[in-house]
Ligand binder design. Structure first.
Ligand SMILES: [Mn+2]
Length: 392
């Protein structure tokens, strides 16, 4: 069986005030053509389909058009789960109607884990759809008090799958979260901590060993395409580069061939975007010199670092006469003097969770200790707000 595994589309994403919808449309049009040629048995989208719980109209229309082309015209089934950016109910809306046509969307986790069985010439392949869920939701769904983090939540989910599966058949898990093994993973600024508890000593991660019995586990969440431990557990990576911390990543679609005996062969199909995301560095004069930029795509999304020492007049507008899509500009000198970006939130604020940011702010302003009691209260507030944002 041939599976195209992808995820983290973040349709409707805004990067430095620019809507990426046209870039996303470009790739999805390309994907339709690829599916036409490749004739996969199924397309799997492992969460974070939209960037926000309430996506812009253009994003919804784009996805709608894509699904119609793949499911109705090409008759290739599509399996979709919600990620932590999606609203479970909004994503799942109307999924009952579309199921008959081969579009399976699992927005909200259910006690009877969703099992979709597709067939190839060697027999059935079962896909278990496990949308992103907080430990609290999993605890509710299964009515189990022993679930306290993402790992114990996933353990309960896997146990529920074992009750309904046939271990002699080929079984594929589709889920979204932070799955780790013994090797370090490639992370980016796009992946924020999943839970507020992670910043008070808890952990978000799920042990990859939980997936040992599956022929393949199709993961979403991390934006860099990569395996976790063995190549049978993989992150597809995001559709596009969504932050400058991803500039060195090569985005791809994972074409998984599942053999009769359950072994997998992988083929990565590199994604060529309409506009790449890059960093460039030099003096303003150098960067505006045609011999410097003539070999490159000046339409790319750029983070420009200027190495000029003196003052410059309107560097951004001058850069944009050549590079219309400069998204960020900084100066090498200032950076060297200032060291790491410092704000009222202290150093490294970009990688801090909401709770940590508040803690730093609180301590800065009051000079008092932010004890565990205060942390617990605030964690609850943040949790409630985040749940509301996702429409839970
Ligand atoms: Mn995610």
């Amino acid at each position: 069986m041939k599976i195209i595994h992808t995820g983290d589309w973040h349709i409707g994403k805004i990067v430095n005030q620019v809507y990426m919808t046209l870039d996303q449309e470009y790739i999805l049009n390309w994907l339709v053509e690829f599916i036409k040629d490749e004739r996969p048995d199924v397309l799997v989208i492992a969460g974070d389909v939209y960037d926000r719980a309430v996506p812009p109209v253009e994003a919804v229309e784009l996805l709608d058009r894509f699904f119609s082309q793949v499911v109705l015209d090409l008759k290739v089934p599509v399996l979709v789960i919600a990620g932590n950016h999606d609203s479970p109910d909004r994503l799942g809306f109307g999924s009952g109607i579309l199921e008959a046509k081969g579009l399976y969307i699992e927005g909200r986790l259910r006690k009877d884990i969703r099992k979709i069985t597709l067939k190839d010439e060697h027999g059935p392949v079962n896909f278990f759809l496990v949308p992103y869920s907080t430990p609290a939701v999993v605890r509710d769904v299964f009515g189990r008090d022993d679930i306290h983090d993402h790992n114990s939540a996933m353990q309960a989910i896997i146990e529920a799958i074992y009750e309904i599966w046939d271990s002699d058949e080929r079984n594929v898990l589709v889920t979204h979260g932070f799955v780790t093994g013994s090797e370090a993973l490639e992370l980016s600024e796009s992946e924020k901590p999943l839970s507020f508890t992670a910043s008070i000593g808890g952990v978000d991660n799920v042990d990859v060993n939980l997936f040992a019995e599956f022929s393949y586990t199709a993961l979403g969440h991390l934006h860099g395409p990569q395996k976790v431990g063995s190549s049978r557990v993989r992150y597809a990576g995001s559709l596009l580069k969504y932050s400058f911390s991803e500039v060195t990543q090569k985005k791809s679609f994972t074409v998984v061939t599942l053999e009769a005996d359950g072994t997998v062969n992988l083929d990565l199909k590199e994604i060529s975007p309409r506009r790449d995301m890059r960093r460039i560095k030099g003096t303003l004069k150098e960067l505006l010199n045609p011999s410097v930029y003539k070999e490159s795509n000046v339409e790319d999304y750029l983070h420009v670092t200027l190495s000029d020492e003196g003052g410059l007049i309107e560097p951004m507008s001058r850069l944009r006469t050549v590079y219309p899509n400069v998204l960020a500009l900084d100066f090498e000198i200032k950076e060297r003097i200032a060291g790491e970006a410092k704000t009222a939130a202290g150093t490294g604020y970009k990688s801090k969770s909401k709770l940590e940011l508040f803690r730093d702010f609180y301590c800065d302003i009051t000079g008092k200790e932010f004890n565990s009691e205060k942390a617990a209260i605030l964690a609850k507030v943040i949790g409630t707000v985040e749940a509301e944002e996702r429409g839970l």
